[in-house]
Design a protein around this ligand. Sequence first.
Ligand code: INI
Length: 160
Amino acid sequence: MNEIRGALEGVGRRFAIIVSRYNDLVTERLLNGARSCLLQHGVAEADVEVIAVPGAWELPGAALVAAHTGRFAGIVALGCVIRGETPHFDYVAGEAARGLASLVLETGVPVGFGLLTTEDPEQALARAGGSKGNKGWEAALSALEMADLYAQLGGGHEGA
Ligand code: INI
């Protein structure tokens, strides 16, 4: 049996981090986690491009445009939607997630999913470097692994 598994190898690869400014107390921490993860796995500082968008709703569109440039081996999408703050929770969170999933299938560029959807700010902060870890770091780790996997499968992008 031949098992193919992506390595956590960032050397020579370029990544985009798309980060939402909405709930920036949380998303700044996700960004720190994602950036640290990429750098610690060999991605050069100059090969990490941080792209800011207003809110989670804008994540898929910006990620799609970034993916179509062919410049990135992977993308990390970071945001935070808090249920108590909006009756639009299901639309914003659901459509952002759906959009990110469909762009992966459309473009073949891996996206690490770092969009927090929580009941309150405390739950979000716990997942942004608090007691539940840092989902930004985890999303970057997934993007690294999948970028290498896609490259091994022969489908990697220019940044790969
Ligand atoms: N955007 C978020 O990222 N998180 C939220 O919790 C949120 N709330 O609560 O509404 C939110 N709304 C903004 C939305 O993402 C768009 O930026 C806005 O509708 C403009 O298109």
